[in-house]
Design a protein around this ligand. Sequence first.
Ligand code: DGT
Ligand code: CA
Ligand code: CA
Length: 364
Amino acid sequence: METRVVFHIDFDYFFAQCEEIRTPDLKSKPVCVCVFSDRGGDSGAIATANYIARKFGVKSGIPISFAKKRLEERKDAVFLPVDFDYYLEISEKSMSIIKENADVFEYVGKDEAYLDVTDRVKGDFDKAGHLAQQIKNTIRDKVKLSCSVGVSTNKLIAKIASDFRKPDGLTIVSSEKVEEFLEQLKIRAIPGIGKKTDERFTQMNFETIKDLKKLDVFTLNKEFGRKQGTYIFNASRGIDNEPVKERDASTQYSKIVTLKKDSKEYDFLAENINELCKELHEVIQKNNRMFKSVGVQFIMSDLTNKTKSRMLKNPTSSIEELQKNASQLLKEALEDQKNTIRRLGVKVSELSEIRGQSNITSYF
Ligand code: DGT
Ligand code: CA
Ligand code: CA
């Protein structure tokens, strides 16, 4: 296969950086973005934090109360509620810049994308480095957002490289440098190696990818199963043939809420569904979309999950259509419902653009 040039771009401390963009005074303070549950007080979790807060041990997923404890000595620490719509706006602006600079653009999530740029840089890694720097500069100029970019010959190494120097990093790993780059890294730098796998390697006294390469594929398969074992074997050697696949943002929109009380009572839940539909409809409108599929989601008190969805005859953007279908799905889903429900969600998918109105990507 001819040598590819692939970028992985990841926005730095994304939600917290968005907050800094809108309120630059925050830049000198610890900033924590919180998903407050509707139960009041400090119940809920940290979505992310800026790098100042991270120095105090604050990270994604920990309870808000822990974060407050860890930041006790920083009287200037700021705890803000998530504002997804605003982050989406920043994301779309940045993604449209990225997309313009790609031969193939693969959207991964609000703060992450892969690009194949082989053709436009003619396979040249110096040109690729310039292009990556130019993308970073443009996003910085137009959106005020910093990101980290990894440039290499495939998605796997590009992803590892984007994470190598964060924030505001640019790491270029050309084919000749792959081995040297990977061997120095800790084993957990390989995406998909979780805490448990990493601990197994620690027990075996293996720390770096160089150590890892002493194991043959049979040993790895025996230890971790054939799929994971082969993946680890190839990853440690920088082997990954996954193509960058053309994929655009948002194949669905959803809204979810933690209920004021756990319940399986139709009237109470229907009220919440109606409210969620209103919020969801605003997002749909803002993005100039129609939808053809509607779904509801339950997360039960024991955290198990249930979803139900249906396809409509025609694409629509009507809120009545949305509310009608969501409450019918709710009724059906409740029929054999044993557990009480803790969180309730509505989603739409099979999205299409409403034509003839302003294009959603024409920001500048
Ligand atoms: P980074 O890339 O290490 O500089 O920091 P982030 O915050 O960009 O981390 P990343 O790329 O893993 O996640 C992107 C965004 O996704 C992040 O800004 C907030 C959200 N997120 C990540 N982890 C969690 C989580 O555990 N809970 C919630 N609610 N949101 C999360
Ligand atoms: Ca990120
Ligand atoms: Ca990310």
